[in-house]
Write a protein that binds this ligand. Structure first.
Ligand SMILES: Cc1ncc(COP(=O)(O)O)c(C=O)c1O
Length: 392
């Protein structure tokens, strides 16, 4: 039996799961742990004061906030001085892109498999610093970023490379450690969007060998707040942006902008405690969930699963996107909603370059079912029955 985490009991920890709705848009946002809800209620009820004060309640708030930061850093195997918590991954990448120092005339490499969050900030940076942008593409059917398809783009002019750990459409896991190695051999910095990976697997930024990494706790069973990691070495390339009289030592000092929402920060230890030791069981359970859906989708000639068709949880997470020949993705979702309580979505999910230019889809994009560990095999078997009714 994998791990000690009790998958069957996990559902009891989520108040939102005790209602008549099957949540299958988890890559959009997961449900929040009951402990998180309680911690936020407690904080706002009793200790909602401005940080930094020395009176009794102030010192409780300071401690809770600091414990949130410490738990977040430890969770991703980073130093306390190597993280900043902020409003969203998009916001944190924009902050970083405003502060990065890269010599004029250098090149940067961006992938076409991205959520726009890991593109727009770097295009903005390229314009600001007069950098040349090169596009990294992996065509159908592979749709996989690898050291091999990156290498032809690398040279000593390249100073920055960004890619996703897992696409929010395709679900395949990229080997970011292997990619980090070739990026560093070329002398460039490597930034990874971990948003679609973090809900499913443990994050260890040192083992990944990345310079920058970000994800959003609101997709990892917590509140709407995100984390950005920048290694101490990479921070040498970050211009500190605090008020002139404030310190500039940590990443929080440099890019915090007073944007680490207190009640959300102090709830992070509830999430990290819940997920401690959980991922072996989570990966095994998610493997079962994705194989139920993929077995059905793969059995149909008129269905295209975009990305890996394998249910092996070594290679993918249970974010599964598909299109059906001659059927509008929007219609699939709307019809399923009409006859059931299954909540999934259609569209491009902000991975517009991927949907338009690589997958060459129409405006309705894909139908996406994104599962997490609190979904049950029974739910996914139920979804298959609904799809059998909805599809031609
Ligand atoms: C892969 C991926 N990256 C980035 C984001 C954006 O995250 P945030 O809403 O925290 O900016 C999302 C949101 O859906 C995502 O799926």
């Amino acid at each position: 039996m994998a791990g000690t985490f009790d998958i069957a009991k996990a559902r009891e920890r989520f108040p939102a799961l005790q209602q008549d709705q099957v949540f299958l848009d988890n890559a959009g946002g997961s449900q929040a742990l009951g402990d998180v809800v309680d911690a936020i209620t407690q904080y706002l009820s009793k200790t909602n004061v401005q940080l930094g004060a020395s009176y009794h309640t102030g010192s409780i708030s300071n401690t809770k906030y600091e414990e949130g930061y410490q738990a977040a850093a430890k969770y991703i195997n980073a130093g306390r001085d190597e993280i900043v918590l902020g409003a969203s991954t998009t916001q944190l990448f924009m902050n970083l892109s405003s502060a990065l120092k890269i010599p004029e005339g250098s090149e940067i490499i961006l992938s076409k498999l991205e959520h726009e969050t890991n593109v727009k900030p770097w295009l903005f940076m390229a314009e600001r610093l007069k950098l040349k942008v090169k596009w990294w593409v992996s065509e159908k059917p592979e749709l996989k970023l690898t050291p091999e398809n990156l290498k032809p783009l690398l040279s000593d002019k390249v100073k920055f490379v960004a890619c996703t750990h897992v696409s929010n459409i395709l679900g395949g896991i990229h080997d970011v450690k292997a990619i980090a190695d070739v990026v560093h051999e070329a002398g460039a910095l490597f930034c990874v969007d971990g948003v679609s990976y973090a809900p499913h697997r443990a994050v260890d930024v040192k083992a990944f060998g990345v310079d920058f990494y970000a994800f959003s706790w609101y997709k990892v069973y917590g509140p709407h707040i995100s984390i950005l990691y920048a290694s101490n070495a990479a921070q040498a390339h970050v211009t500190p942006m605090p008020h002139f009289f404030n310190p500039t030592e940590t990443l929080e000092d440099k890019l915090g902008f007073a944007a680490s929402n207190y009640e959300a920060v102090q709830s992070i230890p509830c999430i990290t405690a819940y997920l401690s030791g959980a991922f072996e069981s989570i990966a095994a359970h998610e493997g079962k969930l994705q194989s139920i859906l993929l077995d059905f989708l793969n059995s149909r000639d008129d269905v295209t699963v975009h990305g890996s068709t394998s249910a092996d949880s070594k290679f993918r997470v249970p974010t599964i996107s598909f299109t059906v020949d001659g059927v509008n993705s929007r219609k699939i979702v709307e019809e399923a909603e009409r006859i059931s309580n299954f909540g999934f979505r259609w569209g491009h999910f902000y991975s517009k370059r991927l949907c338009d230019e690589v997958l060459e889809l129409g405006p309705e994009g894909v139908a996406r079912v994104s599962m997490v560990h609190y979904n049950t095999e029974e739910e996914i078997r139920g979804l298959v029955e609904v799809l059998k009714k909805v599809l031609p």
